[in-house]
Design a protein around this ligand. Structure first.
Ligand SMILES: Nc1ncnc2c1ncn2[C@@H]1O[C@H](COP(=O)(O)OP(=O)(O)OP(=O)(O)O)[C@@H](O)[C@H]1O
Ligand SMILES: [Mg+2]
Length: 234
C-alpha cells in the first residue's frame, strides 16, 4: 500500500484574544492511495480544520506532516508557497459544500480551468467523467444557471479531471436533497475508484458515510480511527 499523507504528533489550535484554543492535539495518522474515509464528529470538533491542514490551507503548530510528491514523501515544514501551490494543483482535488465554481464560466471552462493549471489538455477521461456525471449535454451552460445537484456534479468533475492522488471533500452533499445527495455520493466514489484517488470526506450523514471504506471520528481533539482500520496505521 502506498502512503500519500502522514501526520506525526500534529497539534493545531487557534489564538482567541489572549487565550489559546486547542483543536487537534498530538494527532498521528496516515492516508493511503485509493483509500476512502468518512470523517465524522460533532460541530466544532475540528473536521474542517483537519482538511484545511492536509490541503495546506492552514499551518500546523507542532509535529510534522509528510506528503507524497513525485514519488517520495516530503516533510512540509519547510515548504514555501511555491511547493504548496504545486501540490494543490497536481495532487489535490477539493470539493466543498458551497460549490466554489467559477460563475461567469460554463461547465466546460470550469473543468478546463482545473486542467490548464497543470498544462493538461482535455482527455478521454474528461469525456468519461462528463458522461458518467450526466454533464455532456450541459457543457456550454453557464454554471450559475444549473441546479444544486448539477453544480455539485461539475465540482466533482473539476476535482477529478486531473486524477489527483487525494480528494478533500467537506460535506459535499450538504446542500442537496437526499436523493441528489446519494446519487452524487455514488458517482463520486465510483469515479474516484476508477482514478485510484483517496477520498477524505467530512459528512454528518450516516448514509453518505456508508459509501466510504473507513470511518474516522474527530472528538476531544483526537482523530479516532475505527478498530478495523488500525492495521493501516502501521
Ligand atoms: N481560522 C480560525 N480562527 C479561529 N478559530 C478557528 C478557525 N478555524 C476554526 N476555528 C475553531 O476551531 C474549532 C474547529 O472548527 P472546525 O471548523 O474545524 O469544526 P468542524 O468540525 O468542521 O465543525 P462543523 O461540523 O460545524 O463544520 C472551532 O472551535 C472553530 O471555532
Ligand atoms: Mg466544518
Amino acid at each position: 500500500m502506498t502512503t500519500i499523507v502522514t501526520l506525526k504528533n500534529m497539534s493545531k489550535g487557534f489564538r482567541d484574544g489572549e487565550s489559546f484554543h486547542s483543536v487537534l492535539n498530538n494527532v498521528s495518522l496516515t492516508l493511503q492511495q485509493g483509500q476512502t474515509i468518512a470523517l465524522t464528529g460533532p460541530s466544532g470538533s475540528g473536521k474542517s480544520t483537519l482538511l484545511n491542514i492536509i490541503g495546506g490551507f492552514e499551518t500546523i503548530d507542532s509535529g510534522d506532516m509528510l506528503i507524497r510528491q513525485t514519488g517520495n514523501m516530503h516533510s512540509v515544514t519547510k515548504w514555501q508557497d511555491k511547493q504548496w501551490s504545486q501540490y494543490r494543483r497536481q495532487s489535490l482535488g477539493v470539493i466543498f459544500q458551497q460549490f466554489n465554481l467559477l460563475t461567469p464560466l460554463n461547465v466546460c471552462d470550469n473543468i478546463q480551468f482545473s486542467l490548464a493549471l497543470n498544462q493538461l489538455a482535455w482527455s478521454p477521461w474528461c469525456d468519461e467523467l462528463c458522461h458518467q456525471l450526466g454533464l455532456t449535454p450541459l457543457l456550454d451552460r453557464n454554471v450559475e444557471n444549473l441546479s444544486g445537484g448539477q453544480q455539485q456534479r461539475v465540482a466533482i468533475a473539476r476535482a477529478l479531471a486531473h486524477k489527483p492522488q487525494l480528494i478533500l471533500a467537506d460535506e459535499p452533499t450538504g446542500n442537496l436533497d437526499q436523493h441528489a445527495g446519494l446519487q452524487v455520493m455514488q458517482l463520486l466514489t465510483e469515479l474516484a475508484q476508477q482514478a485510484n484517488c483517496c477520498i477524505l470526506m467530512v459528512t454528518h450523514s450516516e448514509q453518505c458515510a456508508a459509501f466510504m471504506q473507513h470511518r474516522w471520528h474527530v472528538e476531544n481533539q483526537q482523530v479516532v480511527i475505527n478498530p478495523a482500520d488500525m492495521t493501516l496505521q502501521g
